[in-house]
Each structure stands twice: as C-alpha cells, then as structure tokens.
Write a protein that binds this ligand. Structure first.
Ligand SMILES: Nc1nc2c(c(=O)[nH]1)N[C@H]1C(S)=C(S)[C@@H](COP(=O)(O)OP(=O)(O)OC[C@H]3O[C@@H](n4cnc5c(=O)[nH]c(N)nc54)[C@H](O)[C@@H]3O)O[C@H]1N2
Ligand SMILES: Nc1nc2c(c(=O)[nH]1)N[C@H]1C(S)=C(S)[C@@H](COP(=O)(O)OP(=O)(O)OC[C@H]3O[C@@H](n4cnc5c(=O)[nH]c(N)nc54)[C@H](O)[C@@H]3O)O[C@H]1N2
Ligand SMILES: [Mo]
Length: 781
C-alpha cells in the first residue's frame, strides 16, 4: 500500500472531505525499524547538516546564527521551545530541533507577489501544508481578492485601514477574536492585549488553551501561582526527577543535558509514558565534544513506567498511597511539619488514598502494584524531587485533577519551596508563558484589569472573553466575525479540522500575521489579509535604533532576544508595529501613544513595569546578563490561595479504561515536526521513515482485530455526542505501547477530535484521549 499517492480520506459523519497531505512527499516506501541509538548525538548532527543544506543556510548564515542563539549578552532566544538556557552560560546550549527551527525561519526562499499572481487560492488549497510553508518567507502584505480568487498586494496603510474599518463596523467588540501563538515577544504581547481591551473585548484565545491551560488552573488553585516553581538549578540538584508525558528528546531536547547530568550525579530519573521515548534511554549531548568523538552515551532514565493513556492520576495516587502506608512505620516518609504548617486538606486526601483499593489503581494506571511501589520507593528515598510534565498530562478531560495530584504528591514530602524540589511544567512555544504573564488571558483577574485601567488610562471590559474552542464555536455560530491570528496556524492546530475550517470561512475578515505561508492563509474569511512580520532572528530597526524584545522561559526567567539577521524583505514590519498600525486604525482617538511606543520598545517596557506584577524596573533588570526571574510566591512558601495555604485536592479517579472494542488514541508530534510545520515524513527516534499517516498499536490489539504489521486501517472516533469522525487508509505500526492504547500524529489527527470534546476542567480540547475503533481498511467499523 502506498500512502504517497493515495491521500488518506477523512469522513465526518456522512459527509466526505478529502484532506490534503500535511507533510512533504515521502522519499520512499514507509519503513519501521526500532531505533537503538542514543538520543541526540551523531544522528542529530547528521540530520541538522542535511537540513541546513536543503534550506540553503550553509555554509555561513546557519552556523553563524546558531552561535548567536541562547547566548547571554546578546543573541536571540531560540524559538524552538521554552526550555531555559543553561544558567552557567558556559557552553552553547543548542539542539537539533532548535537549529532546524531557526534554519526554517532563515530560509532563502521567498513568497512574493509573483507567487500569488501565479497561484489561485483554490489551487493553493490543494497543496500540502509542507509545500505551502516550503515556499519560504512572506515578503509583503497581501489581501484576498474574491473576484480573482488570488491574493493581491496591498499597502500597509490600506491593510490597516481595512482592519480598522471592519473592527469599527462591528456591532460589538466581542464580535472579534484575537489569537496568539506562543512566539510573540512580551512587548508585542502587551500591546496586543491592550489593543483588544481598549477595543472592548477579552476575546484573547491562545495556543496555551490547547496546551497548558490545565497546568495553569491547577497550580493557581493549589499553590496560588499559575506556573512551575523550580528553575534549572533545581533540576541540577534534585535527587529524583519524574518526567511525565513529555517526549523530551524531540520537543525539549535541551532537557537531555539536565538528564545526563542528573544521571552522572546519581539521581533517579523516572519516565512515565505509554511509549518508551528516546529521552528515557540514552543520549549523547552534541556540545559534549569528547562524548561525540568517542560515541560515549549516558543513560537518561532509571525507571520506565508505561502507563495507559490517561492513567497518570492513578499512578500518582498509588504512589501517594504507598507513601502514606509507609508512614505508619517510617516517620520520615511524610514531612509532617511541612504539612501542618503550610497545607490544607491533608486529612481528606489521606482518607481518599486509603479508601482507594490497589486493584483500582492498577486497573486505571495500567501498571502492576509492584511497578507503582517501585516509583513510590524512588520518591520516598529522595530528599528532593521534581515532577515535570507536558501534554501527556494536560490534554485530557481530567488534566487539572492530574496536575493537582502531582502537587498532592509533592506536598506529602514537602517538595516545595526548597532547592531541588517542586512542580515543573514543560511549556511549549518559546514565549507561551510570557504571553500569559503579559496579559493574554480570556479570563483576566480584576486586579490585573484595575491596574491596566489605571496605568494605561483605558476602561477594559470586565466580562470574560472566549478561548480557542469557544472562539471557533462563536465563529461557527456567526457571533464572531473577525479573526486576527498573531502568529501560529490556527486552521490546522485547532481541533476538528472541518469544523474549524468552516468557522474561519464564515468570518467577515481573517487577518494572519505570519512569517510563512500556511493553511490559515488559504482557509480564510470573506475578506482576508496576510500581514508578514519580522522573525525573531531578524534585526528590528525602529526610529530609536535596533530594538530587542523579551521572552519568558518555562522557568520564569525573562531575558532579551535580539535579532541580528537582515530581514527577509524590506517590506516586513515588526509585530509591535503591526499591532500599533491595526490599533490606530481601529481606535483613531485612542489615548495610547501607539506610534511612540513602537519607536522605542523601552517605552513599552516602562509601561509594563508599572502595569504588571513582577516587572518592576523592567528595563534595567532585563538587561542583566541572564535577565531576571519573576518572583514566585509559592517558591517562598507564600500561597495566594483561598486558605493562604497550599491546598491538597481530593478528586475522584476517572475511569480511563477503554470500552470493549475501543482504544484510547493520543495525538502527538513526530521528531521531524514543529507543531503544524512538518520538516520530513520521518520520526527517527521511533524508527519511522517516509510515513506520517500511521497509528502506533500494541501488537496484541492488532492481532485481535486481524490487522497485519504495517497493514492499512480505518480509524473512527466517537465523540461525546455520539458523532463519528474517520480517517481511512492509515498504516498500523506494531509498537511497544500498552494494550488498549494507540498513538498517531497531530495535526492530521485533529479531524478525529470533536470540537465539543473539550475538558470540563480546563476547556482544553481532549487531544490525548480520543475514543477510537480501528479496523482493517475497508472492514465495517
Ligand atoms: N521539536 C519540537 N519541539 C516542540 C514542539 C514541536 O512540535 N517540535 N512543540 C512545542 C509545543 S507547542 C509543546 S506544547 C511541546 C509539546 O511537547 P510534548 O508534550 O512532548 O508533545 P507531544 O508530542 O504531544 O507528546 C506528548 C507525549 O505524551 C505521551 N502521552 C500521550 N498520552 C499520554 C498519557 O496519557 N500519559 C502520559 N504520561 N503520557 C502520554 C506521548 O507518548 C508523548 O511522548 O513541545 C514544544 N517543543
Ligand atoms: N491533535 C492535536 N492538536 C494540537 C496539539 C496536539 O498535541 N494534538 N497540540 C496543540 C498545541 S500544544 C499547540 S501550542 C498548537 C500550536 O498551534 P500554533 O501555535 O497556532 O501553530 P504553529 O504550528 O506553532 O504555527 C506555525 C506558524 O507560525 C508562524 N510563525 C512562525 N514564527 C513566527 C513569528 O515569529 N511571528 C509570527 N507572527 N508568526 C510566526 C508561521 O507562519 C508558521 O506557519 O497546536 C495544538 N494542536
Ligand atoms: Mo503547545
């Protein structure tokens, strides 16, 4: 069966729609061979070199840019992920995927007006997503001409006028929504939310609504801070690290450095994941030249727990139960003093753990009691533990409860507010955490709005706004008429692809501020604008000279990022300038000095210093060699919670065992992909070549269904409302994954995620636990 010619077919209910391919054309037949090499190392080096050659970034630009990445005192922040820079500043802390991500932005290819003149939008709609992005960097503003069905050039002035006119023509500002993808720097972020609120709406959806909303909500309620409390130095001193639901070797590769260091100092490293991902095995750190030369690899894990999909909470509760049981004979098992002085709700939680039978914990986690006890022993024997997690924990119905269970477990042994211990969510986009800090929040606090009102002299709306899913629903229902995307690729990233497409197409105007062509430009509203912006690697020249922007990493460090490359085109504007242009056009009488802000970003920072908690003296502190860390009250054992204490939660365990015949499907990234950007159809660490339309399955589950190794299958999902969605002609890859579980790639599999299937706890789309049936291709579902 060849997947390259036969595009997989998608079917929602009875209406059939053909999806264009997302990745590039495979270079050969699909292959699957388990990967036995260490993570990173020479495999990464080879992959990077090949990639740079392809993008035309060798011999000079690529390496020169990379030498500038993540460096103290200058250089730009790696846009690859939100993992913090090595605070020792001693070596170049870079990774394969960061390099690819930067190279992708620095490509020499360009999309100019000739390109758009040559290809109608209907034609482009048939292109693969890879081919769209592969055309290179956008160079000038374009507007959709419905009569010609082409994008045609437009001046910046006219583009802003169109945005302003449409926004001013709305009956209510809530008829517009303003999406942010987590690349946006802090200064632009602040201006963006200011514009939305000055207009009069809190409709500020962001990619975090699909990502770590659950973490933010859980940590806020439990600890009074929406973020993790640890920093990289804590990672360097912990005795035990628990890595839950993260594919670190692909998605936060610089974590491998921390893991190899941890292993060398004798720390325990427990990986909790249905799959044994590459970071759970061995790694060679590319900047460790000696290890590279001698092929010496270091272990990056000491225990693997292959939970079932959604089984993490049961595992965590089992660990807590074991610690509590042990405390009957070992007074040191619990940190009683910490519990008494700093927490609330302990007795109730203890009773709940005691009342939960081991059998239930085993069934729900998919692990044996013995395995759970092993993890509990590691936890109990460590003085200092960090629990870290990503999407494997959050993109579930019970994501908030699971993160709270993580906190429960940490509290039992006082693993908070001291060196080497605490909760550590691994954030996604490089500045997604900064976006929230600087005001991208559809349900802002009153205190935040009060201060914004006072400092900026505006009257922000108090009614909460719409997040990602709610915005799509409102577009679909005709309540939202204008969509502005500040980066990202909303059409493809959001759940329920056909529903999202339809929603975008009902809009009066869609505006995409982007660096590269993507699906969100060809799936558009009645009128549509493409506004091309500078990338993070590029020089941002404004009236008062070269500007830099700040970003915040996963561990609350805020630091500067300065681009140094010549912009991809002289017609690009910076994101702050684009926001200011739209704002002025939409709010001609605005008291905000938009143009003055853009002349010198220090001015934006001065306002932010007054408006935002923790940003006092912003301009000075952000220029310190490593920037500054936003204060974490919970780290100082100050809990801004209802009780003034860290709160245990006592939630019921969810039933995550699939119904007979069904499987739980998790959608995830391949190694050679950055969210909706697909670099190749390979997934090196998982041993896959030339194939994305696949589903990883347990061999016994395949046998039971009569599915051959690499055999074609049809996948049907069942939504809560009973509706079905389907992907046909995928290939089943026999994989080391627990029974009852399956996994495959986003964004293709978004067609299986029903728009209304979002978590009642976090409002996040449930992307890691889709109920599916899988049958041999052509067989009845
Ligand atoms: N190179 C690269 N880097 C990236 C990105 C990228 O696309 N490419 N994306 C960035 C973004 S925006 C984000 S949010 C992060 C995402 O980083 P990750 O969270 O690593 O992203 P996913 O690929 O979705 O992988 C989730 C992991 O969860 C596991 N998993 C699935 N279900 C469960 C479960 O029920 N329990 C547990 N314990 N594990 C489960 C999967 O096996 C997989 O290993 O990475 C960021 N960094
Ligand atoms: N099924 C399923 N769906 C998912 C997920 C999943 O695990 N499963 N994960 C979700 C998660 S965690 C996330 S974060 C979202 C990702 O959602 P998004 O953030 O919306 O998507 P990206 O693919 O990161 O966006 C890529 C585009 O950003 C633009 N871009 C790149 N750099 C810049 C820049 O500097 N400025 C501007 N303005 N634009 C730029 C380029 O045009 C590029 O095409 O997807 C979500 N969707
Ligand atoms: Mo994300």
């Amino acid at each position: 069966m060849s997947t390259d010619q036969e595009k997989p077919e998608t079917l929602q209910d009875t209406s059939e729609t053909l999806e264009p391919r997302v990745g590039p054309a495979p270079e050969g037949d699909p292959e699957f061979h388990p990967y036995h090499h260490p993570a990173a190392g020479w495999g990464a080096a080879r992959s990077v070199t090949g990639f740079m050659v392809r993008e035309g970034a060798l011999p000079l630009d690529g390496p020169r840019a990379i030498m500038k990445m993540n460096h103290e005192n200058g250089g730009f922040d790696c846009p690859g992920c939100a993992w913090p820079d090595d605070t020792k500043g001693l070596h170049l802390d870079i990774c394969e995927n960061g390099i690819k991500h930067v190279t992708w932005e620095m490509t020499r290819k360009r999309v100019g007006r000739e390109f758009f003149a040559a290809h109608s939008v209907t034609e482009l709609d048939g292109w693969s997503d890879y081919d769209l992005e592969n055309e290179g960097r956008l160079t000038e503003p374009m507007v959709y001409d419905p009569e010609a069905d082409h994008y045609v050039p437009i001046t910046w002035k006219d583009a802003f006028a169109l945005v302003g006119e449409t926004l001013r023509g709305l009956d209510h500002p809530d008829e517009a929504t303003f999406y942010t993808s987590g690349r946006l720097g802090n200064e632009a972020t602040f201006l963006y939310q200011l514009m939305a609120r000055e207009l009069g709406t809190n409709n500020l959806p962001d990619c975090s609504n699909m990502c770590h909303e659950a973490s933010g909500r859980a940590l806020q309620t439990a600890l009074g801070t929406g973020k993790g409390t640890v920093d990289l130095e804590d990672w360097q001193t912990a005795d035990a690290l628990f890595i839950i639901g993260v594919n670190a070797a692909s998605n936060a590769p610089r974590m491998l450095t921390a893991l190899t260091e941890a292993y060398h100092r004798g720390a325990q490293i427990v990986h909790v994941n249905p799959l044994v991902e590459a970071a759970a095995t061995r790694a060679i750190i590319p900047h460790d030249f000696k290890d590279m030369a001698t092929f010496h690899s270091t272990r990056t894990g000491t225990l693997d727990l292959q939970v079932r999909i959604g089984g993490d909470m049961a595992l965590l509760r089992g660990m807590a139960k074991a610690v509590l049981e042990q405390s009957a004979t070992d007074p040191k098992a619990l940190d009683r003093e910490f519990i008494e002085r700093h927490t609330a709700g302990f007795e109730e939680y203890r009773a709940l753990c005691e009342a939960t039978p081991w059998e239930e914990l085993e069934t729900q986690s998919g692990l044996s009691r013995d395995d759970i006890l092993k993890a509990a022993r590691v936890y109990r024997e460590a003085d200092r533990s960090i629990i870290s997690w990503c999407l494997g924990v959050t993109q579930h119905e019970h994501g908030v409860d699971t993160v709270r269970e993580i906190v429960n477990l940490l509290l039992l042994r006082g693993n908070l507010g001291r060196e080497g211990a605490g909760p550590s969510p691994v954030r996604g986009h490089s500045n997604v955490q900064g976006n929230r800090t600087c005001g991208i929040d559809h349900h802002p606090s009153e205190a935040f709005l009060d201060r914004l009102a006072e400092v900026c002299g505006i009257d922000p709306p108090r009614e909460h706004g719409k997040d990602t899913v709610a915005s799509i629903r409102a577009m679909r229902d005709g309540e939202i008429k204008v969509f502005v995307g500040m980066g990202g690729n909303f059409a493809l990233a959001a759940p329920d692809t056909p529903a999202t497409y339809a929603a975008l197409r009902t809009c009066e105007l869609t505006v995409q501020v982007s660096t590269k062509l993507n699906r969100s430009h060809v799936v558009h509203g009645r009128r549509a604008l493409i506004l091309p912006c500078l990338g993070r690697t590029e020089k941002d020249h404004q009236r008062k000279g070269i500007q830099s922007t700040s970003v915040e990493d996963s561990m609350s460090m805020v630091h500067m990022s300065v681009g140094m490359k010549r912009p991809a085109s002289p017609h690009l504007l910076s994101e702050p300038a684009i926001i200011a242009g739209m704002a002025r056009a939409a709010l001609p009488d605005s008291p905000t000095p938009w143009e003055w802000y853009v002349e010198d970003y220090d001015r934006i920072r001065d306002t932010m210093a007054r408006a935002l908690d923790g940003f006092e003296d912003f301009n000075r502190r952000v220029r310190l060699p490593l920037g500054f860390r936003i204060k974490q009250p919970a780290r100082e054992l100050v809990f801004l919670t209802e009780s003034g204490r860290a709160e245990f939660s006592s939630s019921a365990l969810p039933d995550v065992v699939p119904a007979p015949g069904e499987l739980a499907l998790g959608t995830m990234r391949s190694h050679d992909q950055w969210n909706t950007t697909i670099y190749s159809d390979n997934d090196r660490y998982r041993g896959v070549k030339n194939l994305r339309t696949l589903v990883f399955m347990n061999r016994a589950d395949m046998r039971e269904r009569g599915i051959a190794d690499m055999g074609p299958v049809d996948i049907t999902s069942t939504a809560r409302d009973g509706s079905h969605r389907r992907l046909n002609g995928y290939l089943a890859v026999p994989y080391d994954i627990p029974r009852g579980c399956a996994a495959g790639y986003m964004p293709e599999m978004n067609v299986l995620c029903a728009l209304d299937d979002y978590s009642t706890q976090s409002d996040q789309p449930i992307m890691k636990h889709v109920r599916v049936t899988i049958v041999p291709a052509g067989a009845p579902a």
